[in-house]
Structures are given as C-alpha cells and as structure tokens.
Ligand binder design. Sequence first.
Ligand code: SF4
Length: 283
Amino acid sequence: MRKPAWLKAPIGGGAAYGELSQRIRSQKLHTVCEEAHCPNKGECWSRGVATLMILGDTCTRACAFCNVKTGRPPLTDLAEPLRIAETVANMGIRYLTLTSVDRDDLEDMGSEIWSETIRRTKLAAPGIQIEALVPDFQGRTDLLDVVLESKPDVLNHNMETVPRLQRSIRKAANWEHSMRILQHARSKGFVTKTGIMVGLGETDAEVFEFLEQMAIAKIEIVTVGQYLQPSTQNIPVDRYVDPKVFRDYAQHAIKLGIPRCESGPLVRSSWHAAETAAGVAIP
Ligand code: SF4
C-alpha cells in the first residue's frame, strides 16, 4: 500500500536536535523514538523532546507491531537511573516521558529500577513532571505500586489495539492485565492515559467501542494514531485511516466525556505529551 501524503513527517535537525542526540549517545541511553523508528523523531528532537527508554534496549516480548530488539536482555544496568536523572537535569526540560522495555525475566519485572529512576530524576530536576509509560507487569498491581510510590505525574499504559486483536498483536499481553494496570492507578488517584494504533485490522466500530470502554474506566487521556510498519519483520499495515476519521474518533471521545483525546495519523503515545497533559488537571 502506498503511504498517503498526510503521513509525511519533517526530517528535523538544528541545534536542539544535535544537542539531544549528543547527550543520549554520551550517556549511553536509549530512546523509543529511535528503537521504534518513530516517524516524529525529526519534529520532536528538533524541539529537544525525546522519550527515554529504561531497563536496556532488549525486550523479552515480541509484539507484532513493535520494532524494539527482542531477546534475552544483558545484566541490568544499575547505574542507568542516575544517568537518566543527570541527563534530564542537564536538558532543562519541564516534562519527561519515560518508558521501558518489558522485563519478564526479572523477578520484579523492572519495577524497582522504574521507581528509582523517577525518584532520582525528580530530585535532580525539581519541579519536573514525569509521565510513566509502563509495561503491564503481567497485571501485577503490587509491582505497579512500587512504581506509583515514586509519584509519576501521569500513569500511561497502552492498550495498543482493540480487544479482538490483542492475542495476535500483543502475544504475551492481554486486555485484562492492561485494564487492571490502568484501573489500579486510577483507583489510587493518578492521572491515567492510554492509547491504541489503528491500521492493525480493527474496524471503526471497534475503535468507537474502545473509546466507550475507556470512558467507562474514566481514563483521562487517550491517544489514537496510525500504525506504520517499522520493518518487514513486523505486521503489515491493514489500512490507512483518513484524517477526517481521526477527527471523528476525537469528537466521539469528547462526547463520551474523556477529558483529552489526541487523535491523528502521526499521533503517538508520547507525542506532545506535555501539551496533552497540560489539558487535564494534574493534582
Ligand atoms: S512521538 Fe514520542 S517516540 Fe516519537 S519521536 Fe516524539 S517523543 Fe519520541
């Protein structure tokens, strides 16, 4: 399928881009922007914005849509939280989106490193707001609690796709575990955020239904973006959704009472996250 013109994204560049790139390389950090081949890298990095990825660059899962390296991760890098904290403090940003690979190989699934990274970053960069885009921790709310103790400002966890496609798209995850993570964070008073990609085989009716389920769960922020096949190893694109239909999704979400819905071809879970979160009241 030919990519429509509306999916063209700027290449980016400039001083902020170069500086960010240099910081990430010199501190041996990883970003989901690069690992996932995000189409917005040019635009975001030119604004000095990246989503840092912790717990290494090797994921223990192999989701059909995802380009992050999969396999047996090397030993956990215990100095990573400190390097993240120092880097973020030097970046001088007010909002950080942090994510990680899935670490099903670890007893705590990486929750301690998550917590330590958030704590250290808040200490090193006072006043910063942190959005934690967490894995599902196999639905273990005790492990999520370890992360929540470090007080992220937004708890983000992506449902990725509609219920019917969960098994084929996210082989080692499921709808129930992910909903449990979001609802647990919500029950503890955290601002919650989730998102899906379209173009994976779902119908528009299923997207509307997904939004209805998120409204019932009282999720504050929802993102909907176009899936793009990052490599030939990943599942092909099923359809390119017209920008007008993305606007219909957003209008439906607002009608349902979801406070904030970012919906568009190039929307990603962490795209303009600071501006999106500013639209809801963070306690
Ligand atoms: S949308 Fe998110 S993942 Fe993509 S480049 Fe921007 S910050 Fe990185």
